[in-house]
Unconditional design. Structure first.
Length: 554
């Protein structure tokens, strides 16, 4: 009986231990705040065959490239060499990597060939097996070649290099133009090396509270700097709700901190779960999660995400101009919206939150707003968000002097005001200026829109009037990764254009004309950095060239 009691005591004690510790175990399983690289990923082939590059980012598959080998070529033919500099040190395990490249056989029922892939990782070299039999390729498809690699190490800035070649090609039933094409570089022809190699480490760091906002920093450690984020897609869910606003991005050559801003609203804090995800390519999704203990009402945590000094404007930003004009024969009413995100948005939000900051550099544009410092309360300064008083200070400053508007655009946003507006803003009539920070006032990289409306007179002396021209200042593409333009000008029935002049045939525009109006539109969503253009119209005899008079004459 005593033995039975003893067994019961042991069993009961074991059950109690399981009950007590099972919640802790479940919590530990969910709190996966750090994760390593995926088991496998692709290094895509892009660029010219003699100077190609490798990239893990599928969004860089933009331009199809190819190499043709004809039946008249004998011996070994190198199809191409592709290379990438790996920006961190580490080690990799032995295994099988697979090289895959699309092909198409021309004017032949098929071709047999020996294919070789040589892979160099730092000082180590691996080659596909010479014992493999010749492959037979017909019509079109993908050629896959396995490469066995051994355990190895690599140093920071070592190269990974892949060379692909074919030899001993024999065409079946060849025609006069028989050959084989190998393709890479585009989404349709995504040639790649599938490999197991350290790519990125994700760490969800402890949250911090500043004012009424909560900041969740995620550190991405890789050899790609901020490209690991800017060339990928990803986001953060807080309590299963995705944060819509763009995060704060701070980086160096070893890592990038992506900090998401959460406005808890009616939440009381407490235990808050975050789920992070990032995808560099296709179905490859890297995930991590963390449960935070949030105490609202007091500033807590590491605020390293908030720069002590003015943040750089470089680091990835998009710029879009939307311009709508009306021409009545004497003047142009012009409404311009300048929208931008990324590092430039962070720079502007930080500057507004630091009005009157005595640590501003001597060349900082934001020193122009020091006179507004007394209009911003101490509780609103450097609180991680843009308050109404700070936003009003900038709008008032830009309205107060057209020279100040020119200064902000040229020195701050690196755009040419006269190119944007068609005239020197000093010639504007009364200005209407507003700034829209989007859904969030927090310090982040979300889109900001600057809207400028005014009217200016057009000379009818026979000279041409500029409508729009390339507007990014020299050196400005160091700040802007992508630049877009949407332009429209329309007339009434009694005013028209005495000719349209555009000095770049690569820029497209449409010119439509009815009895009631005339419209010119230009849509350029991705303007290249070396694109120069200038659009003008003849301003003389606006009535004579008007839609109604022209229709009556014809």
């Amino acid at each position: 009986m005593e033995g039975a009691n003893s067994r019961f005591a042991v069993i009961f004690s074991s059950m109690m231990i399981m009950v007590v510790f099972s919640p802790l175990m479940a919590n530990a399983q969910e709190n996966n705040d750090c994760c390593e690289s995926p088991d496998e990923f692709d290094l895509f082939l892009i660029g010219d065959p003699d100077n190609g590059q490798l990239t893990p980012f599928s969004n860089e598959l933009e331009e199809e490239r190819s190499m043709e080998v004809t039946s008249s070529v004998f011996g070994e033919v190198e199809i191409g060499t592709w290379m990438i500099v790996w920006g961190e040190s580490g080690s990799y395990s032995s295994g099988t990597w697979t090289f895959t490249i699309p092909y198409e056989v021309k004017d032949s029922t098929g071709v047999s060939a020996n294919a070789t892939v040589v892979v160099k990782v730092g000082g180590n070299t691996y080659e596909s097996s010479g014992q493999l039999p010749a492959v037979y390729l017909s019509e079109s498809g993908e050629l896959s070649i396995p490469v066995e690699v051994q355990d190895g190490q690599y140093s920071k800035n070592d190269k990974i290099e892949i060379t692909f070649s074919v030899r001993s090609m024999i065409f079946s039933n060849p025609g006069s133009e028989s050959g084989i094409n190998f393709y890479w570089g585009s989404e349709e022809y995504a040639a790649a090396m599938t490999m197991s190699f350290p790519l990125v480490t994700v760490e969800i760091r402890d949250a911090s509270v500043k004012g009424s906002l909560v900041f969740f920093p995620v550190r991405l450690s890789s050899g790609f700097g901020d490209r690991i984020w800017t060339s990928s897609s990803g986001g953060l869910l807080v309590q299963n709700v995705e944060i819509a606003e763009s995060p704060i991005v701070n980086s160096n050559e070893d890592w990038v901190d992506v900090t998401f801003v959460w406005d808890p609203g009616e939440s009381n804090g407490g235990s808050v779960r975050t789920d992070f995800h990032i995808s560099l390519q296709g179905s490859l999704v890297i995930e991590a999660n963390k449960i935070h203990d949030i105490t609202l009402g007091q500033d807590t945590g590491d605020n390293s995400w908030y720069p002590e000094e003015e943040p750089p404007r470089t680091g990835g930003s998009g710029l879009d101009l939307e311009i709508n004009c009306k021409y009545d024969g004497n003047s142009i009413e012009r409404k311009t919206t300048i929208s931008f995100d990324g590092a430039m948005s962070q720079w502007m939000r930080w500057g507004l939150d630091n009005i009157g900051n005595k640590s501003l550099g001597s060349n900082s544009w934001w020193r122009n707003l020091n006179s507004f410092s007394d209009q911003v309360s101490s509780s609103e300064k450097q609180n991680g968000r843009v308050d109404n008083s700070e936003l009003s200070a900038l709008e008032t400053h830009l309205r107060g002097s057209k020279t100040d508007l020119k200064s902000f655009l040229s020195s701050g946003l690196m755009v040419d005001p006269e190119a944007v507006f068609g005239v020197d803003p000093v010639n504007f009539g009364p200005l209407e200026i507003s700034i829209d920070l989007g859904a969030s006032r927090a310090f982040n990289s979300d889109t900001i829109s600057l809207r400028v409306s005014s009217t200016y007179y057009v000379s009818d002396s026979g000279s041409r009037q500029v409508l729009i021209e390339d507007f990014v200042r020299p050196g400005g593409y160091d700040f802007w990764d992508k630049v877009g333009l949407s332009f429209e000008i329309r007339t009434g029935m009694l005013s028209g254009f005495g000719g349209i002049y555009l000095d770049n045939e690569e820029i497209d525009y449409t010119h439509r004309r009815w009895i009631l109006m005339e419209i010119i539109t230009m849509q350029s969503p991705d303007i290249e950095s070396d694109t120069d253009f200038r659009m003008e119209f003849g301003a003389e005899n606006a009535l004579l060239f008007s839609p109604l008079i022209s229709a009556m004459i014809s």
